[in-house]
Design a protein around this ligand. Structure first.
Ligand code: NAD
Length: 259
Protein backbone atom coordinates (compact mmCIF):
# COMPACT_ATOMS: atom_id res chain seq x y z
CA UNK A 1 0.00 0.00 0.00
CA UNK A 2 1.20 3.53 -0.77
CA UNK A 3 0.45 6.37 1.59
CA UNK A 4 1.42 9.63 -0.10
CA UNK A 5 2.03 12.56 2.22
CA UNK A 6 -0.57 15.34 1.72
CA UNK A 7 1.19 17.46 -0.91
CA UNK A 8 3.35 14.80 -2.52
CA UNK A 9 2.94 14.12 -6.21
CA UNK A 10 1.37 10.83 -7.17
CA UNK A 11 3.75 7.97 -6.26
CA UNK A 12 5.68 6.72 -9.28
CA UNK A 13 4.12 3.29 -9.18
CA UNK A 14 0.57 4.69 -9.25
CA UNK A 15 1.51 7.13 -12.04
CA UNK A 16 2.80 4.15 -14.03
CA UNK A 17 -0.50 2.28 -13.53
CA UNK A 18 -2.42 5.36 -14.69
CA UNK A 19 -0.15 5.66 -17.72
CA UNK A 20 -0.87 2.06 -18.72
CA UNK A 21 -4.56 1.95 -17.87
CA UNK A 22 -6.81 1.84 -20.92
CA UNK A 23 -10.17 1.63 -19.17
CA UNK A 24 -10.41 3.54 -15.91
CA UNK A 25 -13.67 3.37 -14.00
CA UNK A 26 -14.03 6.13 -11.44
CA UNK A 27 -16.32 6.14 -8.41
CA UNK A 28 -16.66 9.54 -6.78
CA UNK A 29 -18.22 10.55 -3.49
CA UNK A 30 -18.99 13.71 -1.60
CA UNK A 31 -15.28 14.42 -1.03
CA UNK A 32 -14.94 15.24 -4.72
CA UNK A 33 -17.18 18.29 -4.25
CA UNK A 34 -15.93 19.72 -0.93
CA UNK A 35 -13.48 21.98 -2.80
CA UNK A 36 -16.54 23.39 -4.59
CA UNK A 37 -18.03 24.34 -1.23
CA UNK A 38 -20.48 21.43 -0.83
CA UNK A 39 -19.92 19.73 2.53
CA UNK A 40 -19.61 15.94 2.67
CA UNK A 41 -21.48 13.80 5.21
CA UNK A 42 -18.80 11.96 7.18
CA UNK A 43 -15.62 14.03 6.82
CA UNK A 44 -14.40 16.19 9.76
CA UNK A 45 -16.65 19.10 8.64
CA UNK A 46 -19.37 16.78 7.36
CA UNK A 47 -23.08 17.44 7.79
CA UNK A 48 -23.50 14.30 9.88
CA UNK A 49 -20.26 14.69 11.81
CA UNK A 50 -21.52 18.09 12.99
CA UNK A 51 -25.11 16.95 13.53
CA UNK A 52 -25.34 13.22 14.35
CA UNK A 53 -29.16 13.49 14.48
CA UNK A 54 -29.33 14.50 10.80
CA UNK A 55 -29.31 10.99 9.21
CA UNK A 56 -32.74 10.22 10.72
CA UNK A 57 -34.18 13.02 8.58
CA UNK A 58 -32.82 11.40 5.44
CA UNK A 59 -34.91 8.22 5.66
CA UNK A 60 -37.77 7.72 3.23
CA UNK A 61 -40.07 6.66 6.09
CA UNK A 62 -39.58 9.96 7.93
CA UNK A 63 -40.11 11.88 4.69
CA UNK A 64 -43.35 10.11 3.85
CA UNK A 65 -44.85 10.02 7.33
CA UNK A 66 -43.90 13.44 8.71
CA UNK A 67 -44.96 16.65 6.92
CA UNK A 68 -42.58 18.65 9.12
CA UNK A 69 -39.63 16.61 7.80
CA UNK A 70 -40.74 17.44 4.24
CA UNK A 71 -41.06 21.14 5.06
CA UNK A 72 -37.55 21.12 6.54
CA UNK A 73 -36.25 19.19 3.52
CA UNK A 74 -37.72 21.75 1.08
CA UNK A 75 -36.17 24.60 3.08
CA UNK A 76 -32.78 22.87 2.97
CA UNK A 77 -33.10 22.18 -0.75
CA UNK A 78 -33.95 25.83 -1.36
CA UNK A 79 -30.66 26.95 0.17
CA UNK A 80 -28.50 24.03 -0.99
CA UNK A 81 -24.93 24.96 -1.90
CA UNK A 82 -25.24 23.03 -5.19
CA UNK A 83 -27.21 25.89 -6.79
CA UNK A 84 -24.21 28.22 -6.73
CA UNK A 85 -21.31 25.73 -6.72
CA UNK A 86 -18.97 25.43 -9.68
CA UNK A 87 -16.78 22.47 -10.68
CA UNK A 88 -13.29 22.23 -9.19
CA UNK A 89 -9.95 20.96 -10.53
CA UNK A 90 -10.83 17.32 -9.81
CA UNK A 91 -14.14 17.50 -11.73
CA UNK A 92 -12.34 19.13 -14.66
CA UNK A 93 -9.50 16.59 -14.63
CA UNK A 94 -11.96 13.68 -14.78
CA UNK A 95 -13.73 15.31 -17.73
CA UNK A 96 -10.34 15.59 -19.47
CA UNK A 97 -9.67 11.89 -18.84
CA UNK A 98 -12.90 11.09 -20.65
CA UNK A 99 -12.08 13.48 -23.52
CA UNK A 100 -8.81 11.60 -23.95
CA UNK A 101 -10.70 8.31 -24.34
CA UNK A 102 -9.24 6.72 -21.22
CA UNK A 103 -12.36 6.58 -19.07
CA UNK A 104 -14.57 3.47 -19.05
CA UNK A 105 -17.18 5.21 -16.90
CA UNK A 106 -17.66 7.87 -14.28
CA UNK A 107 -19.91 6.59 -11.51
CA UNK A 108 -20.86 9.06 -8.82
CA UNK A 109 -22.68 8.96 -5.53
CA UNK A 110 -23.00 12.74 -5.74
CA UNK A 111 -26.28 14.40 -6.51
CA UNK A 112 -24.93 17.88 -7.27
CA UNK A 113 -24.45 17.67 -11.07
CA UNK A 114 -20.92 19.10 -10.89
CA UNK A 115 -19.34 16.36 -13.04
CA UNK A 116 -21.75 17.24 -15.84
CA UNK A 117 -21.10 20.96 -15.30
CA UNK A 118 -17.40 20.21 -15.80
CA UNK A 119 -18.16 18.51 -19.13
CA UNK A 120 -18.36 14.82 -18.18
CA UNK A 121 -20.83 12.83 -20.26
CA UNK A 122 -22.95 9.75 -19.48
CA UNK A 123 -22.31 10.10 -15.75
CA UNK A 124 -23.82 7.18 -13.83
CA UNK A 125 -25.63 8.87 -10.95
CA UNK A 126 -26.05 6.06 -8.44
CA UNK A 127 -27.94 8.16 -5.90
CA UNK A 128 -29.94 10.27 -8.32
CA UNK A 129 -29.88 14.00 -8.84
CA UNK A 130 -30.86 17.08 -6.92
CA UNK A 131 -31.69 18.86 -10.17
CA UNK A 132 -35.00 17.03 -10.57
CA UNK A 133 -37.94 16.31 -8.30
CA UNK A 134 -40.06 13.17 -8.56
CA UNK A 135 -43.51 12.23 -7.29
CA UNK A 136 -43.34 9.26 -4.94
CA UNK A 137 -46.84 8.17 -6.05
CA UNK A 138 -47.00 8.50 -9.85
CA UNK A 139 -43.33 8.99 -10.78
CA UNK A 140 -43.91 12.34 -12.53
CA UNK A 141 -40.57 14.16 -12.83
CA UNK A 142 -40.23 17.94 -12.87
CA UNK A 143 -37.18 20.23 -12.81
CA UNK A 144 -36.18 21.04 -9.23
CA UNK A 145 -36.20 24.76 -10.16
CA UNK A 146 -39.95 24.52 -10.80
CA UNK A 147 -40.56 22.89 -7.39
CA UNK A 148 -38.34 25.42 -5.60
CA UNK A 149 -40.17 28.32 -7.29
CA UNK A 150 -43.39 26.95 -5.78
CA UNK A 151 -41.72 26.74 -2.35
CA UNK A 152 -40.54 30.35 -2.73
CA UNK A 153 -44.10 31.33 -3.69
CA UNK A 154 -45.42 29.95 -0.40
CA UNK A 155 -46.06 26.20 -0.88
CA UNK A 156 -44.12 24.79 2.09
CA UNK A 157 -44.55 21.17 0.85
CA UNK A 158 -45.57 21.35 -2.82
CA UNK A 159 -47.60 18.30 -3.91
CA UNK A 160 -47.36 16.66 -7.35
CA UNK A 161 -49.52 18.60 -9.82
CA UNK A 162 -50.34 15.44 -11.76
CA UNK A 163 -51.73 13.34 -8.90
CA UNK A 164 -51.41 15.22 -5.60
CA UNK A 165 -48.75 12.81 -4.31
CA UNK A 166 -45.63 13.64 -2.30
CA UNK A 167 -42.82 15.29 -4.24
CA UNK A 168 -39.20 14.66 -3.32
CA UNK A 169 -35.82 15.41 -4.87
CA UNK A 170 -35.02 12.63 -7.35
CA UNK A 171 -32.32 11.30 -5.02
CA UNK A 172 -32.02 8.03 -3.15
CA UNK A 173 -32.83 8.39 0.56
CA UNK A 174 -32.03 5.76 3.16
CA UNK A 175 -34.65 3.04 2.83
CA UNK A 176 -35.07 3.60 -0.92
CA UNK A 177 -33.66 1.23 -3.51
CA UNK A 178 -31.25 2.30 -6.19
CA UNK A 179 -32.54 2.27 -9.76
CA UNK A 180 -31.69 -1.29 -10.92
CA UNK A 181 -30.68 -0.13 -14.43
CA UNK A 182 -28.34 2.50 -13.03
CA UNK A 183 -26.82 0.01 -10.58
CA UNK A 184 -26.38 -2.54 -13.38
CA UNK A 185 -24.57 0.04 -15.54
CA UNK A 186 -22.25 0.84 -12.61
CA UNK A 187 -21.56 -2.86 -11.99
CA UNK A 188 -20.76 -3.41 -15.69
CA UNK A 189 -18.32 -0.50 -15.61
CA UNK A 190 -16.67 -1.84 -12.45
CA UNK A 191 -16.36 -5.31 -13.99
CA UNK A 192 -14.95 -3.98 -17.26
CA UNK A 193 -12.01 -1.80 -16.22
CA UNK A 194 -8.32 -2.28 -15.64
CA UNK A 195 -8.10 0.37 -12.95
CA UNK A 196 -10.82 1.35 -10.47
CA UNK A 197 -10.35 4.73 -8.88
CA UNK A 198 -12.40 5.55 -5.76
CA UNK A 199 -12.25 9.28 -5.01
CA UNK A 200 -13.59 11.14 -1.99
CA UNK A 201 -15.84 8.46 -0.65
CA UNK A 202 -15.80 6.88 2.80
CA UNK A 203 -16.89 3.62 1.08
CA UNK A 204 -19.34 2.93 3.88
CA UNK A 205 -22.52 3.06 1.79
CA UNK A 206 -23.58 -0.08 -0.09
CA UNK A 207 -24.15 -1.07 -2.84
CA UNK A 208 -21.88 1.78 -4.07
CA UNK A 209 -18.88 0.65 -1.98
CA UNK A 210 -19.34 -2.94 -3.23
CA UNK A 211 -18.34 -1.80 -6.72
CA UNK A 212 -14.76 -2.01 -5.39
CA UNK A 213 -15.34 -5.73 -4.79
CA UNK A 214 -16.69 -6.18 -8.31
CA UNK A 215 -13.60 -4.52 -9.80
CA UNK A 216 -11.18 -6.47 -7.60
CA UNK A 217 -12.85 -9.79 -8.42
CA UNK A 218 -12.35 -9.07 -12.11
CA UNK A 219 -8.65 -8.37 -11.60
CA UNK A 220 -8.63 -4.56 -11.77
CA UNK A 221 -6.28 -2.52 -9.63
CA UNK A 222 -7.97 -0.50 -6.91
CA UNK A 223 -6.62 2.98 -6.12
CA UNK A 224 -8.30 5.02 -3.38
CA UNK A 225 -7.92 8.78 -2.99
CA UNK A 226 -9.37 9.89 0.33
CA UNK A 227 -8.29 11.99 3.30
CA UNK A 228 -9.50 9.41 5.81
CA UNK A 229 -9.26 5.66 6.03
CA UNK A 230 -11.93 3.48 4.43
CA UNK A 231 -12.91 -0.18 4.91
CA UNK A 232 -11.39 -0.91 1.47
CA UNK A 233 -7.92 0.48 2.19
CA UNK A 234 -6.67 -3.00 3.11
CA UNK A 235 -7.78 -4.36 -0.28
CA UNK A 236 -6.42 -1.45 -2.33
CA UNK A 237 -3.28 -1.57 -4.44
CA UNK A 238 -2.62 2.01 -3.38
CA UNK A 239 -4.17 4.57 -1.06
CA UNK A 240 -3.45 8.25 -1.64
CA UNK A 241 -4.15 10.06 1.59
CA UNK A 242 -4.01 13.37 -0.23
CA UNK A 243 -6.19 16.39 -1.05
CA UNK A 244 -8.38 15.48 -4.00
CA UNK A 245 -7.78 18.84 -5.70
CA UNK A 246 -4.09 17.97 -5.96
CA UNK A 247 -4.07 14.19 -6.31
CA UNK A 248 -6.75 13.78 -8.99
CA UNK A 249 -5.30 16.30 -11.49
CA UNK A 250 -1.89 14.66 -10.91
CA UNK A 251 -3.29 11.18 -11.56
CA UNK A 252 -4.99 12.36 -14.75
CA UNK A 253 -1.82 14.15 -15.88
CA UNK A 254 0.04 10.86 -15.42
CA UNK A 255 -2.53 9.07 -17.57
CA UNK A 256 -2.56 11.74 -20.27
CA UNK A 257 1.22 11.81 -20.50
CA UNK A 258 0.89 8.61 -22.54
CA UNK A 259 -2.16 9.51 -24.62
P1 NAD B 1 -18.81 10.67 2.89
O1 NAD B 1 -19.20 12.00 3.45
O2 NAD B 1 -19.22 9.46 3.62
O3 NAD B 1 -17.22 10.60 2.74
C1 NAD B 1 -16.49 11.60 2.09
C2 NAD B 1 -15.02 11.32 2.28
O4 NAD B 1 -14.28 12.26 1.51
C3 NAD B 1 -14.56 11.46 3.73
O5 NAD B 1 -13.88 10.29 4.13
C4 NAD B 1 -13.63 12.67 3.70
O6 NAD B 1 -12.52 12.54 4.57
C5 NAD B 1 -13.16 12.69 2.26
N1 NAD B 1 -12.83 14.03 1.76
C6 NAD B 1 -13.62 15.13 1.80
N2 NAD B 1 -13.03 16.16 1.16
C7 NAD B 1 -11.82 15.71 0.73
C8 NAD B 1 -10.74 16.29 0.03
N3 NAD B 1 -10.80 17.56 -0.42
N4 NAD B 1 -9.63 15.54 -0.23
C9 NAD B 1 -9.58 14.25 0.19
N5 NAD B 1 -10.58 13.62 0.86
C10 NAD B 1 -11.69 14.35 1.13
O7 NAD B 1 -19.30 10.67 1.38
P2 NAD B 1 -19.80 9.45 0.45
O8 NAD B 1 -18.94 8.26 0.67
O9 NAD B 1 -19.95 10.02 -0.90
O10 NAD B 1 -21.24 9.09 1.02
C11 NAD B 1 -22.13 10.13 1.32
C12 NAD B 1 -23.49 10.02 0.61
O11 NAD B 1 -24.09 11.31 0.71
C13 NAD B 1 -23.41 9.76 -0.86
O12 NAD B 1 -24.27 8.72 -1.10
C14 NAD B 1 -23.93 11.01 -1.57
O13 NAD B 1 -25.10 10.68 -2.32
C15 NAD B 1 -24.40 11.92 -0.51
N6 NAD B 1 -23.78 13.28 -0.54
C16 NAD B 1 -23.60 13.91 -1.74
C17 NAD B 1 -23.04 15.18 -1.78
C18 NAD B 1 -22.84 15.85 -3.11
O14 NAD B 1 -23.58 15.55 -4.04
N7 NAD B 1 -21.83 16.73 -3.25
C19 NAD B 1 -22.65 15.82 -0.59
C20 NAD B 1 -22.88 15.14 0.64
C21 NAD B 1 -23.44 13.87 0.63
Amino acid sequence: MTDAPPDAPVPQQVAAWMARAERVTVLTGAGCSTDSGIPDFRGPQGVWTRNPAAPALFTIDAYVSDPQVRITAWQERSRHSAWTATPNEAHRALAALQDAGRLRALVTQNIDGLHQAAGSRDVVELHGTLWWARCLACGERIPMREALDRVAAGEADPPCRACGGILKSDTVSFGQSLDPDVLAAAARAAADCDLFLAIGTSLQVHPAAGLCDVALRRGARLVIVNAESTPYDVHADAVLRAPIGIAVPALVAAALATT
